[in-house]
Design a protein around this ligand. Sequence first.
Ligand code: ZN
Length: 222
Amino acid sequence: MLKRTKRRRSIAFTVDGNGLVVHAPWKASEVRIERSIDESAKWIIKKIDEWSNHKPRVQRWADGERIAYLGRTVTIQIVSDAIIVPAVLADDWRLRITVADSGSETRIREAAIAWYRRHAARNFIERIAHYSSTMLLRPPRMFLSNARTQWGSCNAKSELRLNWRLIQAPQNVVDYVVVHELAHLTEMNHSKRFWKIVERHFPSHMQVRKHLNEHGHWYLDI
Ligand SMILES: [Zn+2]
């Protein structure tokens, strides 16, 4: 699929379960688009291959089921009560979820996601504040995103969107995505200059990118 956008300057590709999407500037010529597909053919084929081998994560929402939080395993514990309170993580890494009807997977999922989002917001804002100060940037406004294919994005209005699903991953993965997006506030591209900024503030980025390549699907599937 080809998507043309007015404000875009470069050609980019995304691959997910629905196939390839080519993001191109409004006026990019067919020749230019074809050439950049050729140049990225290896990457595109690799990604399509990964997706075709990808078995979707099947997450059940019931007592005793396990989910991830900051790289740790959390076990869902269901408490049946007429008085609903927000989910809370106990010291023993059990996430206590109160529901009126313990058989409702939808209710359990909603409560768990609300808990994820609350903790994601708190964690991301704190990490953005930390890295903004070391990167000498004014902290951007943070919004939680619910994207299915993207970890983060930012725009010229200094608004940073981070996927709440990231809170499942270890803290260094969250930190890498924060640094990546903050670096875009200076370099709105993936140029050598951009990666130099990332490298300076997050030297182990290659390792984290590998982790995201391997486990990203699983995090996004929740
Ligand atoms: Zn980027």
